[in-house]
Write a new protein. Structure first.
Length: 364
């Protein structure tokens, strides 16, 4: 794929920013040349800024990043002048994030964002690369709106929907009509470690602000289509999804208990085969972060478990188990995804790889 592209990580000192930095440490296509964060951290060496709040466990701060001087993420011109594109993991209010990411795009610096601020902007693609890679086609309309030649914003979806949306995508041929999804979400989804979250010790928190709406609505945008007349992504109208989202005392891994009704009448064998056979453009293109097996099905009734399965395919694969018939729904199952790999930084990096392979990310 030619020489490495120069990458900036804005919001580099937070948990997701740290995950970006570690996952990009030896990336064959991308090289982190700029780290940026708040004005409070700007001017410090990255290693000094995250000392005492490094949340990646035993994974060390990458040597190539440790001595980089942190820039102010809001100094867009300074950051943009040194990189080909940026990953965004900033922690600000949504209006400020939208404004900042648009400003980078208008500085002809594409943004691949982990944030939710632009997920419902109609001409911003929200992509799970294995499911809706074609949504990148809307970028031409976004560039038209922004008045840019190469700048744009692309986003990855909410972390928890990765535990069930891939299975439903694999089952599209059977026409799912109704879905109930109850998610049990790791504390790292709130940017915390178990040690840094005394409120979760021995506890389950029954509410995560904004999470249920994301869980119910975001899959419909992913299953939507690019409307050339509207120059926008039009969400699908079905299936109807309802959800409840709970925070549990787990560090990494979002688990779902999901229930599904179908218009068709698939057998259990057909459903499992559809999961195991499902793959997408990342697998065909051989993207560096793409799992070889996107979805695995586990026959053991005690799986999937976070302890054994969260790191399947380096955290980029999805684990499904306990598929069985139900008294109220047609079928029910348990799903598991890694919330900061597939669900956050890893998913955004795979999206960037897809964008590079399709020619949307290039050297300046």
């Amino acid at each position: 794929m030619g020489e490495q592209l120069k990458v900036g990580v804005i919001g580099a000192t937070g948990m997701v920013g740290q995950r970006f930095v570690t996952l990009l440490a030896n990336h064959p296509w991308f090289k982190v040349t700029v780290v940026a964060a708040s004005k409070h951290s700007a001017g410090q060496k990255y290693g000094d800024a995250v000392k005492g709040r490094w949340k990646m466990g035993e994974t060390p701060i990458p040597e190539g990043v440790k001595d980089l001087t942190i820039l102010d993420a809001e100094d867009v011109a300074a950051v943009a002048s040194q990189v080909d594109f940026v990953f965004s993991a900033v922690h600000m209010d949504k209006d400020a994030i939208r404004q900042l990411e648009d400003e980078y795009a208008k500085h002809e610096t594409p943004v691949v964002s982990n944030n939710s601020a632009h997920r419902w902007t109609p001409d911003v693609p929200m992509v799970v690369p294995e499911i809706n890679p074609d949504h990148t086609e809307v970028i031409k309309y976004q560039r038209e709106r922004l008045g840019t030649q190469r700048g744009f914003v692309a986003v990855k979806p909410n972390c928890s929907i990765q535990s069930y949306t891939p299975a439903l995508a694999a089952w599209k041929q059977f026409e799912p009509t109704q879905v109930l999804a109850c998610t049990y979400q790791a504390i790292s989804g709130a940017g915390k470690t178990l040690e840094g979250a005394p409120e979760i010790q021995g506890n389950v928190i029954p509410y995560i602000p904004g999470e249920e709406k994301k869980s119910e609505d975001e899959p419909l945008k992913i299953w939507g289509h690019v409307d050339d007349e509207k120059k926008a992504i039009v969400p699908a109208e079905s299936p109807v999804i309802t959800s409840q989202c709970l925070r549990v005392p787990v560090l990494y891994g979002h688990t779902v208990a999901a229930f599904v009704n179908f218009k068709q009448d698939p057998t259990k064998e057909e459903l499992i085969k559809a999961l195991e056979d499902y793959s997408g453009e990342p697998q065909r293109l051989g993207l560096p972060s793409a799992p070889k097996q996107f979805i695995q099905y586990l026959d053991d009734d005690f799986r999937p478990q976070v302890r054994y399965d969260v790191n399947f395919e380096h955290g980029m694969g999805i684990s499904i188990g306990r598929l069985r018939s139900d008294k109220l729904f047609d079928w029910k199952f348990i799903g598991l995804s890694h919330n900061t790999a597939r669900g956050a930084a890893g998913g955004a990096i795979e999206l960037a790889e897809l964008l590079k392979a399709k020619g949307y990310l290039t050297a300046k």
